[in-house]
Design a protein around this ligand. Structure first.
Ligand code: BDR
Ligand code: CA
Length: 313
């Protein structure tokens, strides 16, 4: 039985973000995950905004004591660019979530990642749903980090499908290709959850429209952060990119993976940030998700966050 299992300790790194907000809500809601802390990074919005948004989301879901650590405010090498066109200028699609007198921890995100890995002695899962800057810096601080954590689940990449930030690159990787390249070359037990699978994992507007306004906690997150997309922009569906990464933390069998060395384009060409599976290379094989049981994931999402999900894929 799911509820009887010992919860998996998980550290989440976010650039909150509409779908990051839903991912946090999902991770907090399930008893199978023990969230040990949340780290923030510049991505969808600036680091300051991502951190403010994270605190607001955590206030809304009742995770008021969960520690939050600020990370890197820019990519390793390149200038930062955001995704405000999708997430709204505030990153939360205009959702008015409660602000509370609450501050972040003094330690930086990469330091907290290393400290947590040591504390949990090999049992910690890292779930990264933004650019990989904090993980690359943590790896520089502690080159033995791959041996100190259980596994890393990353929302990022577009392996056999077009990108969304550029024709070839997915946003999280396009923002910081050099950081992603370091993770691709590392010995972490990585599962890449790219657009190959997240583009077939959606929340539909008809489902969202059945939700009541009088909801709270994680359900309120889904209700409030999707309004701009479903009402103002009249979109028919929304990709559940970051929530799917949390789903895979909970149940790896949701995705079918191919094992291969991963290459990240770090050139200054327009293809920067593109990811692909290599035939062979002097780097470890990693897991690249190529298929998803989206129906099963959508049911999981609906059950945990109390969202009316139909039986579509
Ligand atoms: C990824 O980019 C961000 O905009 C989303 O939050 C998600 O992590 C999807 O490409
Ligand atoms: Ca994200």
């Amino acid at each position: 039985m799911m509820a009887d299992r010992i919860p998996t300790p998980v550290l989440m790194d976010v650039d909150t973000g509409v779908d990051d907000a839903m991912a946090l809500a999902l991770a907090w809601t399930t008893p199978q995950i023990e969230l040990v802390g949340v780290t923030t990074v510049a991505g969808n919005v600036t680091l300051d905004q991502a951190t403010t948004n994270t605190l607001r989301v955590l206030n809304t879901i009742g995770a008021t004591d969960l520690p939050v650590y600020r990370g890197m405010n820019r990519p390793l090498v390149r200038d930062h660019f955001d995704a405000a066109h999708f997430h709204g200028n505030d990153g939360l699609g205009g959702a008015k979530l409660p602000d509370r007198d609450r501050s972040v921890e003094a330690m930086t995100a990469p330091e907290f990642i290393v400290q947590s890995a040591r504390n949990y002695q090999g049992s910690l899962t890292l779930c990264f749903v933004g650019p990989l800057t904090n993980l690359a810096v943590a790896l520089s601080l502690a080159p033995d980090l791959p041996q100190l954590v259980d596994r890393v689940v990353i929302m990022g990449g577009a392996f056999q499908v077009p990108g969304n930030a550029t024709p070839t690159a997915e946003f999280n990787i396009a923002v910081d290709p050099e950081a992603a390249d370091q993770i691709a070359r590392s010995n972490f037990d990585v599962t890449w959850i790219g657009l190959d699978v997240t583009h077939s994992t959606k929340l539909y507007s008809e489902e969202w429209k059945q939700m009541s306004d009088a909801v709270s906690g994680g359900t309120k997150i889904v209700r409030d952060v999707c309004r701009q997309a479903f009402v103002d922009r009249a979109e028919g569906s929304m990709h559940l990119h970051d929530p799917l990464a949390v789903g895979v933390v909970l149940d790896q069998s949701l995705v079918e993976v191919e094992r291969a060395p991963v290459q990240v384009d770090t050139s200054v060409r327009t293809t920067a940030g593109a990811t692909r599976m290599m035939k062979s290379a002097a780097r470890p094989d990693q897991n690249v998700a190529i298929k998803v049981d989206s129906r099963r994931f959508r049911q999981m999402f609906g059950r945990l966050l109390n969202v009316p999900i139909d039986d579509r894929e």
